[in-house]
Structures are given as structure tokens and as C-alpha cells.
Design a protein around this ligand. Structure first.
Ligand code: MN
Length: 376
């Protein structure tokens, strides 16, 4: 029997996500890349000769995966017959009659939890037990770990489940820290909260969320990944955990002060400098929040989204305010001055949202009064 086993923990892949905010071409690229990332993970599993893979839910974005994805998954799982894949269905891919999990299509080395109550798979040859549960609907209101503890049988104990540790009132399986610690598994692998995870330990109990694998929006910035875990199957059951970044692309969100810029090329230059400084590449989807005071004529900054090169995607979040000669506008007797005086209380004394709206209104208004096209 092996003294140490190797475990991969991952989840929240959300295969077949629509990526609808990216438009038709890029969203199709991202769906393909997401499947390719899954394949890369399988290569990695083979390379490190993992014994067990914990997939803690939301493997699919939706209960009905595409044929292409199902075929890929089945062939990839079957290509590693010595590895046990343990799947805990999540709120996006619950165990239901129509789901892939209940279809009988998955190869024999894939073990899927099928109940909202606690279940376990026992791997005698690895002296290891994996506890877990399934979402059987899009919500689950009871913690399957509440009041329970792992059997005191000397084996290595793992947990694999989809849950929300952020609130005891959550309808996405409200597991508490106390539940996890009291249950006492040597490693508990969870999913559902997507942000870059933090490894938690208390005594010889270790747990973590998997985090996202490929970011799918600006809510998921940074490089996604999986965990590689080594655990002793006898004696002290020591667990070591390492993060492995595996994402093809990554979302980033930066702020840039472009005060003083008078033309689009000048702003483009500042964005280029940011891209160089942060070493962003074609792998980056960048949202840049532009701030500062700029010439009122710069009311078309979103044009830079298609002009700047070197990124997979650039999104401009324009929060600039127009520079204006306040004294001059204030005394301007034309509509320009009227507009300025009307907006002044909000420009100077409103809430941040009101100031931003008033700035945008002033920019658009001044542009319209100059006879420029503001419908874009
Ligand atoms: Mn989820």
C-alpha cells in the first residue's frame, strides 16, 4: 500500500459557460479554451500520477452539457483508469434524473455523490475514504456535515462538496467552519465561492475552496487554478497543499489616471504603458477604469477598446471628468454656461455616483452643443 497519495482538487469549471459578454467570436474561443483547460488538467493529473481527483461541483455551467463536452469528459476520465474521480454535483450541475451524472455514461473510475445527505466512497487499496454530498436541485438548505464526524477508523479522510461557508442562512448548502472542524477530515475540498482561495487549517484539519479555474468575468480577476495535495495514508495523515495556476487567460481590472490627456492617441499611449508595466499579453482580458480630468472633447474613450493592441480584450470604464475653465463656463451666457450652472451642485457636492453622472452629462451636453455626434 502507498504511504502517500496524491490528490487533485478542483471545481467551479463551469464548462460550456456562454461567456455572452464577450460577443460571438470571442465567446466561442473561450468555450473552446475552457474545454482545452480541462484537457490540460487531465495531462497534469497524468503527469503527477494522482490517485484521487476531487471535483467539488459546478463542473458544468448548466445541468445539460453539450455532446461535445460530455464526450470529451468521458474519454478523458477513461484515459486514466487508475485514477478515481470523485464528483460532488453543485447548484449549477445538480444530480437530477436528466443529468449526465445519472446517465450511466461515465466510466467506472468516476464516483458521483447522489444524495443531499452525507455519503462516502471507500478506497481500501488507498486506505482512504471520501465523504461528500450532491446538490439534487439548484438549492440545498441543510449542511450535510452538521453534527457529524468522520469515523475513527485510522483511514485518511477527505471531503468533497459544494457549499457556501459565507452564511449559515445560505440556500447553497450552508456549511459552517464549526461543521468542518468538528467533522475532522484531513482535507476538505469545497467549491462555490469563486475568488482566489485561501487555505485554512485548524489542528490537523485542512480545508479550502478550489477557486475558479478559468476566470469568466471581471469578478474573477487573476490566474485561476487547482490544488495539488499530498497526504499520508497512515500514521499522522500529514497533508501538504500546493496551488497550481492552470488558466489559459486571466481577467485583470486596473485604474489609470489620464489627467491632462487631450487626444485619444495620448490616452492610448498611457494604456500601452500600463500594459507594458504590468506585462499584460494576449492572455489578458483587461478592464481599465480611466480617472482624472481630461479635455471635454474626450467623450469617446470607448473607441480605444478596438484600437489598443496586445490584449485578448480591453474594456474601458470611463470615470473621467471634463476639465473646463469653471470661471469661463460659469459666466458663459449661452446654453453651455446654463448647462454648467445647472449641473454645478452635483459636480461639486453630490455623491460619487451623482458626480460621475453629472460629469458624463456635462461631457455629453457640451459635445452636443458643439454639434458633435453623441449617439455612439
Ligand atoms: Mn456554485
Amino acid at each position: 500500500m502507498k504511504d502517500t497519495i496524491r490528490i487533485i482538487h478542483m471545481g467551479d469549471l463551469h464548462l460550456d459557460s456562454p461567456f455572452s459578454s464577450l460577443g460571438v467570436d470571442k465567446s466561442e474561443i473561450r468555450r473552446r479554451e475552457l474545454r482545452a483547460t480541462f484537457t490540460s488538467i487531465l495531462y497534469y493529473i497524468k503527469e503527477v500520477a494522482a490517485d484521487i481527483v476531487l471535483i467539488s461541483g459546478d463542473l458544468f455551467d448548466d445541468g445539460y452539457a453539450t455532446t461535445e463536452t460530455v464526450e470529451l469528459l468521458c474519454s478523458q476520465f477513461a484515459s486514466l483508469p487508475d485514477c478515481r474521480f470523485v464528483i460532488a454535483p453543485g447548484n449549477h450541475d445538480p444530480y437530477t434524473r436528466g443529468s449526465l451524472y445519472a446517465s450511466g455514461k461515465l466510466p467506472k473510475n468516476v464516483c458521483v455523490f447522489t444524495s443531499e445527505g452525507l455519503q462516502r466512497f471507500v478506497f481500501d487499496d488507498l486506505n482512504t475514504e471520501v465523504y461528500g454530498w450532491a446538490f439534487c436541485a439548484p438549492s440545498l438548505t441543510e449542511s450535510p456535515l452538521a453534527g457529524k464526524s468522520a469515523d475513527d477508523n485510522g483511514r485518511l479522510h477527505l471531503v468533497c462538496g459544494h457549499c457556501d461557508m459565507a452564511s449559515p442562512l445560505s440556500t447553497y448548502c450552508p456549511v459552517t467552519k464549526e461543521d468542518v472542524v468538528h467533522f475532522g477530515a484531513h482535507y476538505s475540498g469545497f467549491s462555490h465561492i469563486h475568488k482566489t482561495p485561501e487555505l485554512c487549517r485548524e489542528g490537523d484539519v485542512t480545508w479550502s475552496y478550489s477557486g475558479f479555474v478559468e476566470g469568466r468575468s471581471f469578478d474573477e480577476c487573476g490566474k485561476g487554478g487547482i490544488y495539488f495535495i499530498e497526504a499520508k495514508t497512515g500514521g499522522n495523515h500529514a497533508v501538504t497543499v500546493k496551488r497550481k495556476n492552470i488558466a489559459r487567460r486571466h481577467y485583470e481590472w486596473d485604474k489609470l489616471d489620464i489627467s491632462g490627456c487631450a487626444t485619444l492617441p495620448e490616452v492610448a499611449e498611457r494604456i500601452d504603458a500600463l500594459i507594458k508595466e504590468k506585462k499584460y499579453t494576449e492572455e489578458t482580458l483587461l478592464r481599465v477604469t480611466l480617472q482624472g480630468s481630461v479635455a471635454p472633447s474626450l467623450d469617446n474613450l470607448s473607441r480605444l477598446e478596438s484600437a489598443v493592441r496586445g490584449l485578448f480584450l480591453l474594456e474601458i470604464d470611463d470615470r473621467t471628468s471634463p476639465t473646463f475653465d469653471g470661471g469661463m463656463l460659469e459666466n458663459d451666457l449661452t446654453m453651455r454656461g446654463e448647462l454648467y450652472r445647472e449641473l454645478l451642485p452635483l459636480l461639486t457636492g453630490g455623491t460619487p455616483e451623482e458626480r460621475a453622472t453629472a460629469s458624463a452629462a456635462l461631457k455629453l451636453g457640451l459635445a452636443a452643443l458643439e454639434g458633435r455626434n453623441i449617439t455612439e
